[in-house]
Design a protein around this ligand. Structure first.
Ligand code: HEC
Length: 165
């Protein structure tokens, strides 16, 4: 009896969509992940043409990276291709990565603190369900080096001059 209950409990744990990987992710997880990705604004930077087309893109472009890139004192950063990114990670690795994430601008890495592990797993389920597509985005270019467009440039005010100069 106890054995049967244990076997059942293990079975339930292994098939819990959040932790079982993409193959068994429920459509509810995927839908919630799509909601979080949409409302979290991930597409704004990670999908080419998203903002220009009022939040629309063909499925094969979604989250393929390099949508909006940024140049400033940190160099030039390109929003990575998240569809290729999730292919290399298990859901547990994705959660651990997002929890420890600290990037250069303009990735709002602090927003993940508002999400539970289940939310992050649902995000993974949605992105994974789209399948791999596109090419990797351009790698980070250090400050002062030529970087391929497109990117938004942050222009800082001139350093404040001491009075009388
Ligand atoms: C304002 C633009 C912007 C938004 C919004 C945005 N990102 Fe990013 N993201 C970037 C940029 C730019 C980078 C590259 C940062 C770097 O090179 O240091 C990045 C990097 C990442 C990385 C890679 C981190 C690494 O180096 O391993 C992940 C994962 C990621 N974003 C996920 C997301 C998710 C999920 C969302 C939605 C909640 C999101 N991003 C929203 C711009 C954005």
């Amino acid at each position: 009896m106890i054995k049967a209950i244990l076997a059942c409990a293990v079975g339930i744990l292994l098939t819990t969509p959040a932790f079982a990987g993409n193959k068994t992710a429920s459509s509810k997880s995927i839908q919630h992940g799509e909601f979080l990705v949409g409302y979290g604004g991930c597409q704004d930077c990670h999908t080419p043409g998203w903002a220009e087309h009022g939040g629309q893109a063909p499925k094969d472009m979604l989250l393929t990276g390099g949508g909006t890139n940024f140049q400033g004192p940190w160099g030039t950063t390109y929003a990575p291709n998240l569809r290729l990114y999730v292919q290399k990670l298990t859901v547990r690795e994705w959660i651990a990565r997002l929890r420890a994430l600290k990037t250069r601008p303009a990735m709002p890495w602090w927003t993940f603190r508002y999400l539970s592990d289940k939310d992050l797993a649902d995000m993974y389920a949605y992105i994974h369900s789209l399948g791999p597509a596109g090419q990797p985005a351009h790698a980070w270019v250090p400050p002062g080096q030529e970087a391929p467009p497109p990117y938004l440039k942050l222009v800082l005010p001139p350093a404040a001059q001491p009075a009388g100069h």
